[in-house]
Design a binder for this molecule. Structure first.
Ligand code: URP
Ligand code: ZN
Ligand code: ZN
Length: 457
């Protein structure tokens, strides 16, 4: 199968130019102007952007949070991703039963995804206890293509500072990367209990019980502990605050190896959502919570200035008229998370590039190239280059849509962006040389996606 794409505006993280791309056997074979190569299909991309397929390095398909299971699995979730211009994901494995080892979850996640996902996928390991056996097992997982691991400083399987230090040290020696969910657990729990005891249980108290200082303190603590461990790679997931960003800036400016990820919800939404009528604030219960407009603005600046490296989604959907209602009388009972895997690329293009907050190259950098580099997928993924996988998205900057649940493929009964006007939308998604989405219609097949055995980057 071969495809020739003609006259597109080809965008990489460092360069934009108009030209043609020839794809054969899953790979980009030629990039040039005026290519005349016989091919099975010719696509005219005049006036449209061609970008490397989006890479979302923070999803939670099939996630079991005890009280509920996330609504998207590796089939529905990856269809939604593909329709929104994403061709690879790295999913965060969820916690397993108490005391389980790392392979327990790895086996389970291969069962969830293998022969099911429609785009390429990898997994981040999850560390829910730290002992000598687990530290040893990390070495085996790296051999099996799991080169990054998440630790949580809150929730049921939070790790202590000492254990965080042990994980950093271990991953430093192996060249792996530690991802951290940064929130100060003791303060959050104290505030939750305090609000509950005063019968303050509406969604806004979710935000009040997780103030910016909880994130800032935990980020700063991890930066310092990572330095004690030898300053290797620390990756802060879902950064939501200006305060946290300031600690990251300080660390980066002093030469520390820290990467930051944010998500569209922290750039585009604010805590007013928790005050919506009819308990609609439940839709936005996630951790960390939505913040203030000033935080949104600071994060956009952090992206433009290079202090924030990636935009992922933390996609973790629960139905509003279903699982989210567990929290109707008490925010602490509401499963945490919101959908977003399908809207990430178009939202950041429309709100970021079209509104001049970031350049088109920065857009490609944060939604594809840098995630690929940090997590060991580059240059196979994340670039339009000869020899790279032909994972490409054609985006029409003139296409206008009003975002609505009806338009989307995510298997959940709402979108956090209902009614938002977008300018620019993906019109074609190609996964390793195969067209899997055309004009918002999924054309691929179950199992089209392959496991990405990641290398140390
Ligand atoms: O609320 C969220 N973010 N749920 C998903 C799990 C996590 O913390 O990333
Ligand atoms: Zn998290
Ligand atoms: Zn998450």
């Amino acid at each position: 199968m071969s495809i020739l794409i003609k006259n597109g505006i080809i965008v990489n993280a460092n360069k934009t130019f108009t030209g043609d791309i020839y794809i054969e056997n899953e790979i980009i074979k030629e990039i040039n102007t005026n290519l005349n190569i016989e091919s099975d299909e010719i696509i005219d991309a005049t006036g449209k952007y061609i970008i490397p397929g989006g890479i979302d390095v923070h999803t939670h398909f099939n996630l079991d949070v005890g009280i509920a299971v996330a609504k998207d699995d590796f089939y529905t979730g990856t269809i939604a991703a593909a329709c929104g211009g994403t061709t690879s994901i790295v999913d965060h494995m969820g916690f397993g039963p108490k005391g389980c080892n790392l392979h327990h979850q790895l086996k389970k996640y291969h069962e969830y995804a293998d022969n099911i996902a429609v785009i390429d996928y990898g997994f981040h390991g999850v560390i829910q206890k730290v002992d000598d056996d687990i530290l040893k097992e990390i070495e085996e997982l790296i051999e099996e293509g799991i080169t990054s691991f998440k630790i949580y400083l809150t929730y049921d399987y939070k790790v202590s500072d000492k254990d965080a230090l042990r994980v950093f040290e271990k991953l430093n020696t192996l060249g792996g990367i530690t991802c951290v969910h940064c929130e100060n657990n003791d303060c959050v729990n104290y505030l939750r209990e305090k609000f509950k005891s005063h019968n303050l249980k509406t969604p806004i108290y979710h935000a009040y019980s997780r103030p910016p200082e909880c994130e800032g303190e935990a980020i700063n603590r991890m930066i310092n502990i990572a330095k004690i461990a030898g300053n290797y790679k620390l990756y802060i997931v879902h950064l939501s605050t200006e305060l946290g960003l300031n600690y990251i800036k300080m660390a980066k400016e002093s030469g520390q190896n820290v990467y930051a990820e944010t998500c569209p919800q922290y750039l585009l939404l604010n805590e007013d959502k928790y005050k919506l009528e009819e308990n609609q604030g439940l839709k936005y219960i996630m951790s960390p919570p939505l913040r203030k407009k000033s935080d949104n603005n600071a994060l956009w600046q952090g992206l433009a200035q290079g202090y924030i490296n990636t935009i992922a989604t933390d996609h973790c959907p629960f139905d509003f008229n279903g699982e989210k209602q567990l929290g109707k009388d008490d925010f602490t009972k509401c499963p945490n998370g919101l959908p977003g895997v399908e809207t990430r690329v178009p939202l950041i293009f429309s709100e970021g590039v079209m509104k001049n907050k970031i350049s088109i190259n920065k857009f490609v950098d944060v939604i594809s190239t840098t995630p690929a580099k940090i997590f060991g997928l580059y240059p196979k993924k994340g670039a339009i280059a000869i020899g790279s996988d032909a994972d490409l998205v054609i985006l029409d900057p003139e296409k206008e849509i009003i975002l609505s649940k009806k338009y989307l493929h995510e298997n959940v009964d709402y979108t956090a962006y209902e009614g938002m006007k977008l300018k620019g939308y993906p019109v074609l998604t190609i996964l390793r040389g195969k067209i899997i989405v055309k004009n918002n219609i999924f054309l691929g097949q179950k199992g089209d996606g392959k496991f990405i055995k990641r290398e140390i980057s």
